[in-house]
Design a protein around this ligand. Structure first.
Ligand code: CMP
Length: 225
């Protein structure tokens, strides 16, 4: 059973039987309910988390108390490795977005796994490189796009992953919370609400309970104030 769970984790997916045997004694499993804060920015780091089922949001607060979402992590991904590697405090906050199962590796166990399994160490470095690239893209968006353009990019992302064509509209289902969108694009709930109202008045989008309709030909015009 545990072998099956471990294989769900990207960095452990190609373990040799030998590596698996070395890893097994270090593994602790834990179930954590939705909306639990796992740790806070600036806490000391004592463990790394690997998600075997569920989701986690990584986020930071500004000094004015505004929140920005850095990443939404899913089954198969890991986090909490940075403070274990550099010995600094936690770089961000982490909260479960749903009931989530984890494998947890304590600091020394994590470091031992890295030392004894170069294959795992290389996979972690690869994932960390992907995250730096994503962070670079986020910095570029925050520095070079205005809030309208960031919101359009965010909605186009939703259209790509979840959109279904219905006549002249693309439909995005689910309860899309303005605060969550604001956190993802580095804005405020009020600003997102104001832009949505303007776009609704112009007929670019329609917001209904649990779904948003985006008028397809208009999505290019939404950035125009
Ligand atoms: P750590 O600093 O120990 O605790 C917070 C964790 O959030 C960090 O390790 C990383 O695993 C993760 N994290 C921090 N910044 C990002 C980011 N930009 N993208 C994805 N994950 C991140």
């Amino acid at each position: 059973m545990i072998q099956h769970e471990i294989k769900k984790i990207g960095i452990f997916s190609e373990l040799t039987p030998d590596e698996f045997a070395r890893l097994l004694p270090y593994i602790r499993e834990q179930h954590i309910p939705k909306a639990t804060e796992l740790f806070h920015q600036d806490d000391p780091g004592d463990a790394m988390y690997l998600i075997t089922r569920g989701g986690v949001r990584i986020y930071r607060y500004s000094s004015a108390g505004r929140e920005i979402t850095l990443a939404l992590l899913r089954t198969g991904q890991f986090f909490g490795e940075m403070s274990l590697l550099d010995g600094m405090p936690r770089s961000a906050n982490a909260m479960t977005t749903e009931n989530t199962d984890f494998i947890i590796l304590k600091r020394n166990d994590f470091l031992n796994v890295l030392k004894s399994s170069p294959g795992i160490a290389i996979k972690i470095l690869k994932d960390m490189s992907v995250r730096v690239r994503e962070a670079d893209a986020m910095i570029e968006d925050l520095a070079l796009l205005n809030v309208y353009e960031r919101l359009i990019k965010y909605i186009n992302g939703l259209i790509k992953t979840e959109g279904k064509k219905e006549g002249y509209y693309t439909v995005i289902t689910g309860n899309i919370k303005r605060q969550d969108i604001a956190n993802a694009i580095g804005s405020t709930r009020e600003t997102v609400s104001r832009i949505f109202s303007a776009w609704q008045k112009k007929g670019y989008i329609k917001i209904l309970p649990s779904r948003m309709l985006v008028y397809r030909d208009m999505s290019m015009n939404m950035g125009k104030k």
